[in-house]
Design a protein around this ligand. Structure first.
Ligand code: D5M
Ligand code: FE
Ligand code: ZN
Length: 475
């Protein structure tokens, strides 16, 4: 339930007083999640400085009319039309998840099936329940990692398939590999059966085949984490970037740009972390998207902007995330194409897998040789495991959809992430790995957790090469 003081304060922040009966009316008729949006609409439409119940009623009626109109329009066909020209594969409009036990079982079955199918191209697994009868023999197994226990000279991987569970003993170099397992990934093991365990000779990841690099005669710009609405949003640097896209600076590369891909955290959001209000320039989520839409509207209309979502956006937090809801999508120009997280898009022949990158926190924290300064190296771990969020339920929540949308079943030409606010580019087996920085300088919160962003850097893919442009450098 909303409290009076909160409502009065919210109006005061817009510079308005509010009549007590208007407060009562708001409390009765507005959902807490919508209050900021309603208040900002009221403040935009009134002429006096005291908000009356009549003002509230007229805005509520207007909003109801809009909602009705929007509801009448069929959702999926319109979205499909907007996305025409770019083949998109994502969860938008296809979520089936209710969070029941059956959903969890289906989800893990799907993960196991998809990943073991990739592994079965290279190894012929024996079901775990049959291992005990094969003492002394070399076997191949495929299973999901339940956990890893560390000992002085070896590690034990607990591996599970649909028939049972087995302890795999990993020694020497294999011990190091075992200790880098995140848990819940599906791997193959070749080893010898010793009693109830298997002593490993090799650990095999699903991994990716080698890809040939594509040479295309247009350029794609990769960026992320704009955080529109944050006090730390780097407006001047962003404007420099847009001016470059408009070819206002002499640069042949800018002329070649046909797509700009943004990998989520479009706005800073509200209530994402404790005391975020202090870091916000725009405190209303709807207004944050209005501002985002205004900024993106400056990009020339012959460039298509592919807009994904992240953990700061106004959509469910659990991955896979659908594209933004209609009420926000409608704010953006027609050249903006809304996709979920993750999303496969085909940009004139260049297959790009966009993933915001929340699981990178888990990967970097777990594997000591990785760091936030070199995020592309952490992205290799995702490709090796053929999964965008290998560990279930760490810092990156996953919705148990019937199908595991986070499996990398199609190998892309480019894997594009953001989230960690640093810049890093690499190539792994022919696939370009791009982590494309942010447009937000260090916040107080990030200072406290010792996060040092590298803002204002974009990656441009052109003719099989990646160019790095830094718009934060004073020139
Ligand atoms: O995330 C930006 C970066 O900040 C990302 O690497 C995670 C990190 N981050 C976010 N929240 C926390 C907490 N609570 N502790 C440590 N590190 C954190 P963004 O999604 O833009 O907030
Ligand atoms: Fe971010
Ligand atoms: Zn993020």
């Amino acid at each position: 339930m909303l409290d009076d003081r909160l409502i009065v304060t919210k109006f005061a922040m817009h510079g308005y007083n509010v009549h007590p009966s208007a407060v009562e009316l708001l409390k009765k008729s507005v959902d807490l999640r919508k209050i900021d949006s309603v208040i900002s609409h009221i403040c935009k439409t009134v002429n006096s400085f005291i908000i009356t119940p009549e003002d509230v009623l007229s805005v509520l009626e207007r909003m109801k009319e809009i909602e009705k109109k929007v509801e009448k329009r069929p959702e999926k066909p319109k979205l499909e039309k907007e996305r025409r020209g770019i083949v998109v594969r994502d969860i938008t409009g296809r979520s089936s998840c209710e969070g029941s036990i059956e959903d969890f079982i289906c989800y893990f079955n799907s993960r196991f099936e998809k990943l073991s199918k990739i592994l079965r191209k290279r190894i012929r697994p024996t079901p775990i329940s049959m291992l005990e009868r094969l003492g002394g023999e070399q076997v191949e197994i495929v299973g999901m990692v339940n956990g890893v226990r560390e000992y002085k000279d070896y590690a034990i991987i607990e591996l599970e398939d649909k028939t049972g569970v087995v302890n795999v003993i990993a020694m020497d170099k294999l011990r190091d590999q075992a200790l880098e397992l995140l848990g819940d990934e599906v791997i193959g093991v070749i080893g010898v059966v010793r009693g109830k365990s298997v002593v490993a000779d090799r650990i095999i990841f699903p991994d990716i085949p080698i890809k040939e690099s594509k040479k295309l005669d247009f350029a794609v710009v990769f960026t992320s984490d704009t955080h529109f609405g944050s006090k730390e949003f780097l407006e001047d640097e962003w404007k420099k970037f847009v001016s470059w896209l408009k070819c206002e600076v002499r640069d042949e590369l800018a002329d070649k740009v046909r797509y700009v891909v943004i990998a989520g955290d479009i706005v800073d959001g509200v209530g994402v972390y404790p005391e975020q209000e202090k870091d916000l320039k725009i405190t209303d989520i709807y207004e944050q998207y209005e501002f985002a839409a205004e900024q993106l509207d400056e990009i020339p209309k012959d460039i298509k902007v592919i807009l994904s979502v992240g953990n700061h956006d106004a959509i469910r937090q659990a991955e896979p995330q659908p594209a933004l809801p209609k009420e926000y999508r409608e704010l953006f120009s027609k050249n903006v194409i809304h996709v979920g997280n993750p999303a496969y898009v085909d940009l004139g022949g260049l297959k790009v897998l966009i993933y915001h990158g929340r699981s990178l926190d888990d990967v970097i924290t777990k594997i000591p040789r990785l760091s936030y300064e070199r995020p592309h190296e952490a992205m290799i771990e995702l490709l090796k495991r053929r999964h965008l969020s290998p560990r279930y339920g760490e810092r990156s929540p996953i919705a148990p959809e019937r199908e595991d949308w986070l499996v990398i079943d199609d190998v892309p030409d480019v894997l594009h992430c953001g989230h960690v606010h640093t810049y890093g580019v690499g190539v792994y087996r022919g696939v370009y790995l791009i982590n494309s920085s942010t447009w937000q300088s260090q916040t107080e919160f990030q200072k406290k957790v010792n996060l040092n962003p590298m803002p204002g850097i974009v990656a441009v893919y052109y003719n099989g090469k990646i160019y790095r442009l830094n718009f934060c450098r004073s020139s």
